[in-house]
Design a binder for this molecule. Structure first.
Ligand code: ADP
Ligand code: MG
Length: 263
């Protein structure tokens, strides 16, 4: 008979914590299902891997600093006909990240660009990639501060590390004079190494205005667009649309009470 405590100690030492914590239940379950030794071992491994994946995903999600929870399941494709659902589903398999390609999500405010960027970032993490979310103004501010403190290289390395870097809201604020060049250095550092996912309310042709410098803008675009996917979302703000729909429903309800009263 194997000493129970000794078994737990060995499982701890092997860091098989899911098996350790559920040992009796798992063995009972294996017995109930009349699993062979080999099947039992596979069953235990599956549980351990599931736990480790879960932990890894939770850890990676917290490192990614997503500003909120947004998932692909929670995205209503029917209300956004300008988005090709198949293209988004294809992107959710994260092959674009495996290949170091970029993704641009363009369109007016409120159409779901940030939602999609976060959702695809989550999918990337589930696929085993690292992700980091930052807004364009925060990114530029961090780079500018690091630059003035003589630590630019360190900061560039930090932002070059994640396999996919999501830069949200490029173009809402114009760049300060030397910010475009800092941004260019980041894009260069990541070029063909890691993916960028950028959301913007400006079309690509307006980016020289955003960067305030045509030459730098075209150097940035040259690298960004080389291997890239572009999703242009059209239409009006999802929230406004929802509000109006709620408004219409209230209206219909009022009409309904009126007609029932009349009858
Ligand atoms: P954008 O980044 O384009 O300005 P957001 O992604 O912030 O827009 O979307 C605004 C709000 O509307 C968010 O709360 C988002 O979750 C929600 N939203 C936008 N589009 C959709 C959609 N198609 N399905 C579900 N929620 C959506
Ligand atoms: Mg947004």
């Amino acid at each position: 008979m194997v000493d129970h405590e000794r078994l737990l100690t060995m499982l701890s030492r092997l860091q098989l914590t899911a098996i350790r914590d559920q040992l009796d239940n798992l063995l009972d379950e294996a017995g109930r299902q009349e699993l062979t030794l080999r099947e039992t071992l596979a069953f235990l491994c599956e549980r351990e891997i599931a736990r480790k994946d879960e932990r890894r995903i939770l850890m990676a999600m917290s490192i990614a600093r997503f500003p909120k929870v947004a998932t692909l399941e929670g995205f209503d494709f029917t209300s956004q006909p300008s988005i090709d659902e198949r293209q988004v589903r294809e992107l959710s398999a994260s092959r674009w990240i495996a290949h170091g390609e970029n993704l641009l999500l363009l369109g007016p405010p409120g159409v779901g660009k940030t939602h999609l960027a976060i959702a695809l970032g989550r999918e990337a993490i589930v696929c085993g990639y690292s992700a980091l979310f930052v807004t364009a103004p925060a990114l530029v501010a961090h780079l500018a501060r690091a630059h003035s403190e003589g630590k630019l290289d360190e900061k560039l390395t930090h932002y070059a590390k994640p396999k996919v870097l999501i830069i949200d809201e490029l173009g809402y604020l114009p760049f300060a004079s030397d910010a475009a060049h800092l941004f260019f250095q980041l894009v260069s550092r990541r070029y063909e190494r890691g993916s960028l996912c950028i959301t913007s309310n400006r079309t690509v042709s307006e980016w020289d205005v955003v960067f305030g410098d045509t030459v730098t803008a075209s150097a940035i675009l040259d690298r960004l667009l080389h291997h890239s996917h572009v999703i242009t979302v059209r239409g009006e703000s999802y929230r406004l649309k929802e509000k109006r729909r709620a408004g219409i429903m209230v209206h219909q309800h009022a009409d309904f009470t009126k007609t029932t009263k009349q009858s």
